[in-house]
Design a protein. Sequence first.
Length: 285
Amino acid sequence: MKTSDNLTFEQSPPSELHPAPNAQSTDPGMVGIPQQPVIHSAPVDSINANDLSRQLIDSDSLSASADQLVRMIEIGGPVVWILIALSVFSLSIIFIKLWQFAVIKPESCRDIAVSLSKWRSHDPAGAIQALHSQRPVSGIIRYAMQGITQQQDPHLLQEELSRQASHLVNQLRALLRPLEVIASLSPLLGLMGTVLGMIVAFQQMEAAGSNVNPAVLSGGIWQALLTTAVGLAVAIPVATAHSVLERKAERCAMLINDSVTQVFTCPLVQSEAKTVSLREHSRAA
């Protein structure tokens, strides 16, 4: 009996053997699994890739700029290092002076104007009270008003006021002389670096003899001129800051001179009642 010859195998279609993942089962005993929504992440990935590429480009440009700056400093030699040290020192002085002017406010004259108005109105108590005691210019004017109302010796009072005003102006002008020196010295240092660089370039030309390469000469020239550019870059902002701070100190000196002169030249009619009221006000304060 030959059974192997009559046996046939029927292959099922692929769809029956392996049902599609999205096809729902018709078996009542099986529970259908809900389909998950498909999220298209291609645009988000493309945006992230663009941001990442931009960040990489920015970082590469920054690193290239930093490398170029370091290379230029190395080419400049010791003169450039000296100029960088002077720039850091001058920048520290500028920040210190700006902080000083912001704290004591020597140019503020609002309370001084109110005080002088009351002083001209023959109200010494109100004039003294209107001044801010924490401001040095107002303190000098207060001292002048108190000296006049207390009938101190005018000569001694003027000498003391001159001493206080000179001390304040010297404090405001402190550290300005180093800025002036740096502003005038930086271009000279840059010029010296340029001259030294040109000397080296012409020495190389002399050593080359008749086989002079113009590229070597041009490279030596721009390297020599680099120190002059750095010197000017340091001198210009330092000179500007020195001029601004010096002008602030001059305005403060003019304000002290003008205010104290008005205090002395204003005719103050002091009656007995006003003197008593001033004493009561000083005791209450």
